[in-house]
Design a protein around this ligand. Structure first.
Ligand SMILES: [Zn+2]
Length: 386
């Protein structure tokens, strides 16, 4: 509905400008230019292709009308009718009467059409041409970065982000650090760990608290069997951003299991608990206690922790443990009922949420598909989360 209103507004603008500039063209008995009634009629009959044809054919482009053309093109692109937007913008560019500024505006618009259509090579060429003109340089770099991210061309993305940083006040450090992490992942597959480590060093130059880089190094050391080195990197990751504790913790436990050092694991977990009282950590400690000392010790520990840190996941585990106990102080049917409730509360709950736009998901994305920001998605906190 809003689109339809905007479309009519754009057409009305066409009509008005045309009336002002070409009063002598063939008019209908009501004084309206014939071609415009034809164009408008097509649009109202939902035949936008014919409408565009008529409007393109009949309208003279000059500085008064280019904005109207651009608005119509923008409208079609926004509605997902990219082919029509492309036709309008290509038609604009073909006009020799355009000033340099107008031509660059049209190229920028056409680039956005191709970007939207996923024709990245053409979009890239257009934005580079705009940059060469020294006009709309920052906008063009932002679109180029968008293309390189979608194409996973990380080296190009780094260069474009560096250029944009020098031209604007955009703080792109964290974003570039992620590009280096992406690049390091590719390097690791192609050229091995040593080269990949070198690439990750660059990530720290852009974000000295790059948790992803530390986490990756931990994973690679673990894969190489260097558990103690891996643990150092995981600790570093937690000191950089403790929010990722639920992800890093299982890897740390795996390192200790490989080292076969349960005691050191318990010491580390207790130490971490003092620093980061998160439910993932409490549940892992409860598990270890259950294995080592039995269900009663785990129940006591969990019940005490839950008093300070109420959590549905914690409650769910407590009910499980209670059922595992040999002496059952609670009526089993009541426990089963409670468990149904906690399971229903936890079922299909997203685990991560973007702090910027609220996008939520069950898997961790470093790049938010919702708002297109890097590093804004975190594990959900509170009674239903961590
Ligand atoms: Zn987001």
């Amino acid at each position: 509905m809003i689109n339809a209103i905007i479309a009519l507004a754009v057409i009305a603008a066409f009509l008005w400008i045309y009336w002002q500039k070409k009063p002598k063209q063939s008019l209908t008995s009501t004084g309206v230019p014939k071609d415009y009634l034809v164009g408008l009629n097509y649009l109202l009959n939902e035949e936008p292709d014919k409408a565009v044809e008529v409007l393109i054919k009949t309208l003279q482009v000059d500085s008064d009308t280019i904005e109207t053309y651009l608005a119509l093109g923008h409208l079609f692109r926004r509605r997902g009718e990219v082919d029509r937007a492309i036709r309008i913008h290509q038609n604009l560019i073909a006009r020799p009467s355009l000033s340099k500024n107008e031509r660059m505006l049209a190229l920028l618009a056409l680039g956005q059409d191709y970007l939207r259509a996923g024709v990245y090579d053409r979009a890239e060429r257009l934005f580079l041409e705009v940059i060469d003109s020294k006009l709309y340089v920052q906008e063009s770099y932002r679109y180029l970065i968008d293309i390189y991210q979608q194409e996973k061309e990380w080296e190009k993305a780094i260069l474009a982000a560096e250029k944009l940083s020098t031209l604007s006040h955009d703080n792109l450090g964290r974003q570039v650090a992620h590009y280096y992490c992406e690049l390091a992942l590719e390097t690791q597959k192609k050229s091995g760990r040593e080269m990949a480590f070198r690439t990750l060093k660059k990530a720290y130059e852009y974000d000295k608290y790059c948790v992803r880089a530390s986490w990756l190094q931990g994973d690679w050391e673990r894969q190489a069997g260097n558990m103690k080195a891996a643990l150092r990197y995981y600790r570093q990751a937690l000191s950089e951003d403790a929010d990722f504790l639920p992800e890093v913790l299982p890897a740390m436990v795996a390192c200790y299991e490989d080292l076969n050092d349960e005691r050191a694991l318990m010491d580390e977990l207790k130490q971490l608990l003092a620093q980061y009282p998160r439910i993932s950590l409490i549940l892992i400690l409860a598990d270890r206690l259950q294995k080592k000392e039995g269900a009663t010790a785990a129940v006591d520990f969990l019940a005490e922790q839950l008093q300070q840190k109420p959590s549905i996941r914690g409650l769910d585990r407590l009910i499980h443990l209670q059922q595992a106990q040999s002496e059952q102080p609670v009526e089993p049917r009541n426990l089963a009922l409670l468990q149904t409730l906690t399971e229903a509360l936890l079922k299909d709950k997203p685990v991560y949420r973007c702090l910027q736009c609220g996008y939520s998901s069950k898997i961790l994305h470093w790049y938010c598909p919702g708002c297109k920001h890097w590093n804004t998605i975190k594990p959900i906190m509170g009674i239903e989360g961590e």
